[in-house]
Design a protein around this ligand. Structure first.
Ligand code: FES
Length: 287
């Protein structure tokens, strides 16, 4: 049996979707490599590169500062991997050994974690990491076309960099799974800052700006900084020089709040939480 409609809900009321019209992609094939809409970096990227990095005293002090936050040192592994990326632009073989040494882990234990999360990169990133959401909703609204056209524009494969990694104006591109901003699809992030409701044309203009050394303001949230600076902040180290964690523009958008606004306008309220809840008994342990 169907549940009764909530108060104020009119199922016959039409819902207007504002779906942007996009020009078809004008992607040129990259010489020697077929364009692919999807890519699995875990299969095709090298394991960990040996860069010969010697981590300086400041990095060691920062590692100690992060480790001191946790009752067990191994809990600091995720921040330490971000710290390594703030130096190398990726998780290098040197970074794996550094984390293992700092935390009393084996290199295999560190590698097992570093290969699990896609935010840990195995090749050095550019000044900017451009992530194009190609998950279902974004793909249907133009994300695949944006990704394909940007790859063709930059002339690189997924997870590769146009320009010298780390140098000003260098750009790494990747296709990404859902970036948790479906209400703004299709979405592109640069160093994890959001650029909402992109088109093939607007994404190309964004990349042009990045390559020219400029940093366009994200649609919402913090100001844009470099990939390495972002990684330092993701590690939990804020230098105060470029505190991009300061919110530059409001994070909650009209689209995100639309359901809440509609409910308020139509006097819809969620059922109250019960004052108490009887948890079910724990099952007997298996013998
Ligand atoms: S599908 Fe792209 S942000 Fe969710």
């Amino acid at each position: 049996m169907n549940s009764p409609a909530p108060t104020g809900w009119d199922a016959t009321e039409p819902i207007e979707l504002d779906v942007p019209q996009q020009a078809p992609p004008q992607a040129e094939p990259i010489p020697g490599e077929p364009l692919q809409g999807k890519h699995n970096p875990r299969i095709s990227t090298p394991k960990f590169l040996r860069l010969g990095t010697v981590y300086d005293e400041l990095t060691r002090q920062r590692a100690a500062q992060l480790i001191a936050k946790y009752p067990q040192s191994r809990s600091a592994l995720l921040p330490l991997l971000h710290l390594v990326q703030s130096v190398d632009g990726c998780v290098s073989a040197d970074g794996i050994e550094f984390c293992a040494e700092q935390l009393g882990l084996t290199a295999a234990e560190v590698e097992a974690v570093a290969t699990f999360y896609t935010m840990y990169k195995r090749t050095p990133c550019g000044e900017h990491l451009v992530s194009v959401c190609t998950n279902t909703l974004c793909a249907a609204l133009g994300g695949d076309a944006i990704y394909t056209s940007l790859r063709a524009k930059l002339g690189v494969a997924d997870q590769e960099t146009a320009g010298t990694p780390g140098e000003p104006g260098s750009v790494t591109i990747e296709s990404a799974e859902c970036l948790a901003a479906c209400d703004h699809a299709p979405v592109v992030t640069v160093n994890y800052e959001f650029y909402d409701r992109q088109t093939v044309e607007s994404a190309a203009e964004l990349v042009d700006e990045l390559q020219a050394g400029r940093r366009p303001a994200p649609t919402r949230g913090a100001a844009l900084s470099s990939f390495k600076q972002t990684e330092l902040e993701l590690a939990g180290i804020f230098t105060g020089e470029q505190l991009s964690a300061e919110v530059a523009v409001p994070t909650a958008s009209e689209q995100t709040l639309r359901g809440n606004t509609y409910a308020g306008e139509h006097a819809q309220v969620a059922p109250a939480m019960p004052d108490s809840y009887q948890m079910p008994d724990k099952p007997e342990p298996k013998s």
